[in-house]
Design a protein around this ligand. Structure first.
Ligand code: GLY
Length: 396
C-alpha cells in the first residue's frame, strides 16, 4: 500500500474510533429519544421533539453502525428501543410523508440486514408500502408532505409537491422490491427519480429544493424553495441529497444514467464550493448574507462522493474512481479538521456548524436552526468514514 493511502486509512480509522467513543459516552444521555437539532452554536446538547419529527432514525442508524463494528449487544438493543415509536409513525396518518425512507432504512432495514430479524423485515416492508402509497402513478412522483387540517394555504401548497430530499428515500422501495420481487416498488422508485431528473434538476445541474405539479392534471408548475435562500438559488443540502441519492440509486439499480446525474451535480458543487471545501448553506447565497456553513451538506456530499468512487471502480474506470475518492477524502478531512466535536466530552453529537434551515431560523428568531449540530450531519459523517474504510453494504 502506498504511504499516502496508509496515512489516509490511519486518519479515517482515528475518526471511527472517536465516533464510537462519542456514541458510547452519549448513549445513556440520549436514551430512547430522537435527537432533532443541536441547542445552539456553542451548546452541543440535543433538543428533542415532543412527538414526531422526521429525524427519528439518524441516531438509530449510528447505533446500528456501532453494533456492526463492535458487535456489542447494547447498541442493538438500544436501536430496537425505537421500534415502538416507529410502529406509531406507521399508525399515525398525519405523520406519514416521504421521509419514511430515512426513518425505516436506518432502523428496520438496518436491523434486518445485520441480524436477519423477521419482525424488522415486516416493519420495513410495511413502511415501504406506506411510501409506495404516496406515489402518483399518473404523474410519476412521490408526494413529499401531508397536509394537516389547520393551515389551508399549507394544505393547498403540498398537494402536488415533490422535494429533492426524497432521492434518499427511494432505497426503501428498492429494498422492498428485492425482498418481494414486486415490480411496483421499483416502478415507483425509478419513476420518481426520472421525474426529479426532469424537473428538480436544472439544466446546469443545480437543484430546486421543491417542485410543484398541478394536483388535478399533474402538469408541471415550477420550482420553489423551502429551506434554501431563494426559489432560483441552490440549497447546498438539497444538492447533496441529489449527489448522494442518485449515486446510491445507480448502485442499487445498476443503471449508469443515475451515476451521470450524480457526477454532473458534483461538477456544479465543485464550481461553487468555497476554498475550505465545506459547503455554505446555499451555493448561490449573496455575499451580504451571513455565510453560515452547513457541515451536514458536507457530510452527505462526502458520503456520496465515496459512492461515486465505488461505482466507477465497478465500471472499470479506476482514474475516475480515484478522483471521486480524493474529493470525498478532501471533504472528510475538512470536516474533521474544523468541525469535529468528538474530543469535547460535553458534546452529544459529532459535528458542529450545520444549518437545519436558515429561513426558518430567521422567521422564528431561533439561531440553532442556522448553526448547530444535526443528527443527519452526524449519521452521514459516520457513513462517509465507513465508506472511506471500504464498507460497501450499508443500510440503504
Ligand atoms: N430533509 C430535510 C432536510 O434536509 O432538512
Amino acid at each position: 500500500m502506498k504511504e499516502e493511502s496508509r496515512k489516509q486509512l490511519l486518519f479515517v480509522e482515528a475518526i471511527k474510533t472517536d465516533i464510537i467513543n462519542s456514541i458510547e459516552r452519549n448513549a445513556p444521555i440520549i436514551g430512547n429519544r430522537n435527537p432533532m437539532v443541536g441547542a445552539g452554536p456553542n451548546d452541543h446538547s440535543w433538543v428533542y421533539p415532543e412527538d414526531y419529527f422526521w429525524t427519528d432514525s439518524f441516531w438509530t442508524g449510528q447505533l446500528w453502525f456501532a453494533y456492526m463494528i463492535t458487535g456489542k449487544t447494547e447498541y442493538k438493543n438500544m436501536a430496537r428501543m425505537r421500534n415502538a415509536h416507529l410502529n406509531k409513525i406507521l399508525d399515525t396518518p398525519l405523520w406519514l410523508n416521504h421521509d419514511l425512507g430515512f426513518e425505516f432504512s436506518l432502523s428496520a432495514v438496518a436491523d434486518y440486514k445485520l441480524t436477519g430479524c423477521q419482525e424488522a423485515r415486516k416493519l420495513g416492508l410495511r413502511a415501504a408500502e406506506a411510501l409506495r402509497s404516496r406515489y402518483n402513478w399518473h404523474g410519476k412522483y412521490i408526494l413529499a408532505w401531508t397536509a394537516g387540517s389547520g393551515n389551508k394555504a399549507h394544505a393547498e401548497s403540498v398537494q402536488g409537491k415533490i422535494i429533492i430530499d426524497c432521492m434518499e428515500n427511494l432505497s426503501l422501495l428498492m429494498w422492498a422490491y428485492h425482498e418481494t420481487n414486486n415490480e411496483s416498488f421499483k416502478e415507483a422508485a425509478i419513476g420518481h427519480a426520472e421525474t426529479s431528473m426532469k424537473y428538480i434538476i436544472r439544466d446546469d445541474y443545480s437543484t430546486y429544493h421543491t417542485y410543484d405539479f398541478d394536483p388535478a392534471t399533474n402538469a408541471p408548475i415550477g420550482g420553489k424553495t423551502h429551506q434554501g435562500y431563494a426559489d432560483e438559488s441552490c440549497w447546498s443540502r438539497g444538492q447533496a441529497w441529489a449527489i448522494h441519492g442518485y449515486a446510491q440509486l445507480a448502485l442499487i439499480t445498476g443503471e449508469q444514467k443515475f451515476a451521470e446525474v450524480s457526477e454532473k451535480c458534483t461538477e456544479y458543487m465543485l464550481s461553487k464550493i468555497t476554498e475550505d471545501f465545506v459547503p455554505v448553506w446555499d451555493y448561490l447565497l449573496p455575499k451580504n448574507e451571513i455565510q453560515y456553513k452547513d457541515t451536514s451538506a458536507g457530510a452527505v456530499t462526502s458520503a456520496g462522493l465515496f459512492i461515486l468512487s465505488e461505482l466507477f471502480k465497478s465500471y472499470g474506470d479506476q482514474d475516475k474512481s480515484d478522483y471521486y475518492r480524493e474529493l470525498g477524502m478532501k471533504m472528510l478531512i475538512a470536516l474533521r479538521d474544523n468541525y469535529d466535536l468528538t474530543d469535547d466530552i460535553n458534546a452529544q453529537g459529532l459535528l458542529s456548524d450545520s444549518a437545519s434551515s436558515v429561513p426558518h431560523a430567521k422567521l422564528r428568531d431561533q439561531e440553532n436552526l442556522a448553526n448547530a449540530m444535526l443528527p443527519y450531519g452526524d449519521y452521514y459523517y459516520f457513513e462517509a468514514v465507513l465508506r472511506a474504510l471500504g464498507h460497501k453494504d450499508l443500510f440503504w
